[in-house]
Every structure is written in C-alpha cells, then in structure tokens.
Design a protein around this ligand. Sequence first.
Ligand code: DP6
Length: 330
Amino acid sequence: MSGKATAVAGANIAFTKYWGRRDAALNTPLNPSLGLTLDNLLTTTTVEFRDDLPEDTLVIGGEPQGGKPLERVARVLDAVRDRSDEVRRARVVSENTFAAATGLASSASAFAALVRAAFGALGEELSTEELSTYARLGSGSAARSVPGGFVEWTTGKTHEESRAWSLHGPDHWDLRDVALVVSGTEKKVGSADGHGLANTSPFNDTRIRTVEAILPRVRQAIADRDLTTLGELMEHDALLMHGVMMTSTPSLLYWTPATVEGIHLVRQWREEGIPAYFTIDAGPNLHVFCEGRHADEVARRAREEMDLREDQVLVGGPGEGARLVGDHLF
Ligand code: DP6
C-alpha cells in the first residue's frame, strides 16, 4: 500500500445551525443540524503516512502551518491512527478553492477531506456515517460535509452516535447557494472559540428548544422541495443563532454594515417576486438560497446592488460527499 491518498470535499452550509457544544472533547453539538453539501466551495487534501516523519506536518495553500491549526489536524490524525493501528506520522497538504476563515465554512470541507484522504491512505473503507464521526472531531460542521446533498447531523451522546447522513442526494432539488463574500478578512473569534460562549447567552436554551421543534418541518420542506417554508425557517434560525452570539459574554457581533444591507436586499427581492432567502454563518458573509432558475438574477442583482466583484459572488449547487481522487497535491 502506498500510504498516500487525496480527497475532495465541499463546504456544507446549514439551514438550521450548529452553535454550542454538548461535549467539548467529543465536539458533539447541543442541537441537531441540517445542511447542504456544496459543489463549489471545495477543499482538496493529500495525506501521506511516512516512516521518516517525527511529527505530522501541514501545508495549507502553500503555507506551512504550526500552532493551533496543526494541533487540530494532528488530533484528528491521532484518532484515525487509533482506529487503524497505525503509528506513522503524516504529511498533509491542502488547497481551498476559496479563502479560509471568512465564514465560508472552510473547516467543514477541510476536515471532511482530511479524514477521507487519511483513511484512504491507510486502505480503510469506513461507512459514510462512521467517517463523519471522525470529521466531527476536527470541526463539527465537517461531519455534514462527509455525505453528499441534503444532510442531517444528529446530536448523539457518544462519539459513535454523533454522526451525519444524507437525507437526499444532490439530484433531489436544484437548490443554489449564492455566497456573497462581503468581507475577505479573517474573523477575530472563530467558531471553535465561539461555541464555548453559546451557554452564556440567556437566549441559548430557547434557541436550542426552537431548533429541535422546527426540525421536522425543515426536513419535510426539503423533502417537498418547498423553498418558502425552508427559507422562512432558515432565516429564523440564522437570526436566532446570531441573537445568541450577540448576547453572549463577551458579545460576538459578526455582522458588518454590508451584512445588514444584504439582509434588507434579499427581503426586497422577495417582495419583488424573487424567492430567495439568506443564512449567515460565523462571519459577515451571506449565503442566499434560491432555485436554479433564479440563481443568475440573484447573483447579478447582488453584484450590482451591493457593488460586489465577480469573485465575491460564488454560485454553488448540491454536491457529492467527500471522495477520493487520483490527482495528488505532492
Ligand atoms: C455557524 O463546525 O466551524 O457555521 O467545530 O469549532 O470547527 P468547529 O465549529 P464549526 O461551527 C459551525 C458554525 C456555523 C453553523 C453551522 O455550520 O452549522
């Protein structure tokens, strides 16, 4: 066995968000979440296990990494090694098709690609659900980036239970994500630290109860391809999550004036007859969901009315789950 493999995975943007951990060591969530694995915001990662490495090494976008990013990757690789009775350290090289740490879910695609490539390099064929539990150890939302299409990630009390699966494959519904990158700068408080603050908000318990209550309707709306219901619930939960963030101690305010401008515009487009709904992750950027037949118009209006460049408006659709590819990065 060569000990080397390469995988590609897409970001997964949540309709109902993961915010707050139940168990920090296991990286399990306070609430279940549902989201879409995309075909455009991609991470490609090559992993090679080698005899001559004293430690794991990590290069992202050509830049050698140390500190926290490397520790996070090494921790996941330790779990992979435990599962596979492997002792060799690994060389990891990764590339994104988009800027990391802008709220475009880079950690989701990154850890999904990492575990797919790592187990691939060791010749291990895990089920998609089991693979998602290893991705979760690196980044919660990465569990959702392992399966393709429309994905659910359940809370679970143990490592094995907190896993993700595909509710519907990518062909189920021609839904589009029009990502509006209003800021490309790195956020001050990443989601890894932000999750630990959720419980300090007086609104957190209410939000968790609300998400659990709306989940069956979100599932049904996806099954029925009912954008009105999905969109209303999606916006509601994004605002609930940002309400929790803003009222945490310390307060997390990820929005900029451009984020608020985007919210108003999406609502105005709806009044004018374009069915489009926003959601916002732990950053200032918006994800506007609409059906394929409206995607060009949404993208054009975002560029014109928000003065965004071509490369700040990224249109994606439902994508495949994390998969092995033949072209290695080294
Ligand atoms: C707001 O999965 O990025 O995007 O486990 O610390 O990496 P870590 O957190 P992460 O949190 C995602 C937060 C979110 C909502 C979501 O994608 O569900």
